[in-house]
Design a protein around this ligand. Structure first.
Ligand code: ERO
Length: 311
């Protein structure tokens, strides 16, 4: 049968499917469940310098075609997640993991990353440049100057494998400009996409989440074409040494197949993991392997990035 084995930088994974940051990754218990599932890895909830309660509830809603959330970055503080991934990396046969991080200011981001640099952790870090839900804090990666300034500073002291979580871009010029910034740095990966920020879902006459008068990040079916476009746009533009993690709208093996076809080396599940729980990894892995078997693909490198265009 086909293998969904993959690599990000020097790290190998038995399966290219894993959770998306924010879903099923708040506590050690949730992370342990994902780790014990068919997922190839996990990423932690984005950890900040100090723990945060997040926005008032209800702050997540399933919708007909996906989800809307305005969690507001609730998390247990970066140290909690750093301790856990270090604990796991010291266990025999541990999977490789991703530690998601961001500060509430560039200064806090550097404080956190300097602590991770000084720690025993030698796994992957994902800097979240795209949280849409903290009132008064814009999505960092929509500001190319600030993004470049942060990454310039980071790479003066940070030497471990490092990637960034990006918001969706919607304009070809923005793909060009964003890729030009990221190509200046020795990034291991970029992850496309975070939720589409600040959508609005209405039930009868009322919003479905409380924070920000109902505005929140959109995930699920709505976002798949945007996610695929971002994965492929960056696949076309980034230095080949920068790999792509594809996130957005994956709920079947076919969706994962399409992300890989667009260039993704790893594929993350958000909304569907929230709906189905960690058993979803086995279902979607089996669906993806069945498609690969039918097409005669032995591993994901046989078709990764090989999206066909019309003449
Ligand atoms: O509100 C959040 O905690 C959140 N929701 C998202 O859809 N994406 C995020 O990146 C994020 C917080 C970091």
């Amino acid at each position: 049968m086909a293998s969904t084995h993959t690599k990000i930088g020097d790290f190998t994974f038995d399966n290219c499917l894993m959770n998306a940051a924010g879903v099923y990754c708040m506590t050690r218990e949730e992370l342990a469940e994902v780790d014990a599932s068919a997922a190839g890895s996990f990423v932690t909830k984005t950890g900040t310098l100090t723990k945060r309660a997040g926005n008032p509830e209800p702050r997540y809603a399933d919708t007909t075609l996906g989800s809307i959330n305005s969690m507001g970055l609730p998390n247990l503080g970066y140290q909690y997640y750093l301790d856990y991934v270090i604990e796991l990396q010291n266990q025999p046969n541990s999977k490789n993991h991703f530690l998601s991080l961001v500060g509430m200011s560039p200064e806090e981001t550097h404080t956190i990353l300097k602590a991770v640099q000084a720690s025993d952790y030698h796994g992957l870090v994902e800097l979240n440049l795209s949280c849409p839900n903290v009132p008064g804090k814009p999505q960092i990666a929509y500001d190319f100057e600030t993004t470049e300034a942060i990454l310039t500073e980071v790479f003066t002291y940070y030497t471990k494998p490092f990637g960034v979580k990006l918001p969706p871009y919607f304009d070809i010029v923005h793909f060009d400009q964003a890729a030009a910034v990221f190509n200046k740095f020795p990034l291991t990966f970029v992850n496309c996409i975070n939720s589409i920020g600040n959508g609005l879902v209405i039930d009868d006459e009322t919003v479905v989440i409380k924070p920000k008068n109902g505005f929140g990040g959109i995930g699920g079916d709505y976002v798949k074409p945007t996610a695929l476009a971002n994965v492929h746009a960056f696949y076309q533009r980034l230095n080949p040494s920068i790999q792509i993690i594809g996130t957005g709208g994956v709920k079947t093996g076919r969706d994962a197949f399409e992300h890989i076809l667009c260039g993704a080396s790893m594929v993350q599940l958000g909304t569907i993991l929230h709906q189905e729980g960690p058993a979803v990894f086995e279902r979607i892995t089996n669906e993806l392997k069945a498609i690969m078997d039918e097409k005669g693909y032995k591993n994901i490198e046989d078709f990764r990035g090989k999206l066909q265009y019309m003449n």
